[in-house]
Write a protein of this length. Structure first.
Length: 193
């Protein structure tokens, strides 16, 4: 009996240790050593605890912010802006599909091309859309691309594809909103669900 408990304890420790080790392993992202830009507004209350669930509270790290990627692990992306502020974007498995990876999260929020540049994605938006993106708001009539820049990506456990005509965002832990699209433009926004 004592021997089986010891074996069970060792097994539990091995599993726990392997999980800790996996979260410490760095992932190689192509061109991670180059200058990157945020491709969407990133909302946060604490720069070191930005969750991929994408709650819309607190401050906004604006789309087009130049950043340096410090490291990428299976659970988090560590980066720093030009002012020296360090950020950690955490992949929250509970709010993603099992196939969603840290690489997917990286592709959603970082780009090598400055979206604010003359030919950048931001400049392709209408003047009205650019104003709402800068203020982190969404309104009827905005394109899907403008909504992604203004609000970031909706959590994939509730919106598995941005090809869908309804996206669910969380304002905070207890309040969500549905964004309805028709012909790739916002048709309606339902609040306080």
């Amino acid at each position: 009996m004592q021997k089986s408990r010891l074996v069970m304890l060792m097994l539990v420790m091995v599993v726990a240790f392997s999980g800790v080790m996996q979260s410490c392993v760095n992932i190689t992202i192509p061109d991670a050593d180059k200058v990157h830009y945020t491709s969407a507004n990133i909302w946060f209350e604490h720069p070191d605890k930005i969750q991929s669930v994408n709650h819309h509270q607190g401050a906004i790290l604006p789309v087009g912010t130049q950043v340096t990627i410090e490291s990428v692990s299976p659970r988090a992306i560590h980066f720093i802006d030009q002012r020296g502020t360090r950020y950690r974007l955490i992949l929250m498995r509970k709010y993603t599909g099992p196939e969603f990876t840290i690489e997917d999260l990286f592709k959603q929020y970082f780009t090598l091309t400055d979206p604010m540049g003359k030919t950048g994605e931001f400049m392709k938006l209408s003047e009205m859309e650019r104003g709402y993106v800068k203020s982190g708001r969404i309104r009827v009539g905005m394109s899907k691309g403008a909504v992604l820049m203004a609000y970031g990506y909706p959590p994939s456990h509730m919106t598995p594809s941005t090809d869908a005509d309804v996206w669910k965002y969380w304002d905070h832990k207890f309040r969500a909103r549905l964004v309805h699209f028709r012909n790739n433009r916002v048709e309606d926004i339902e609040k306080d669900l």
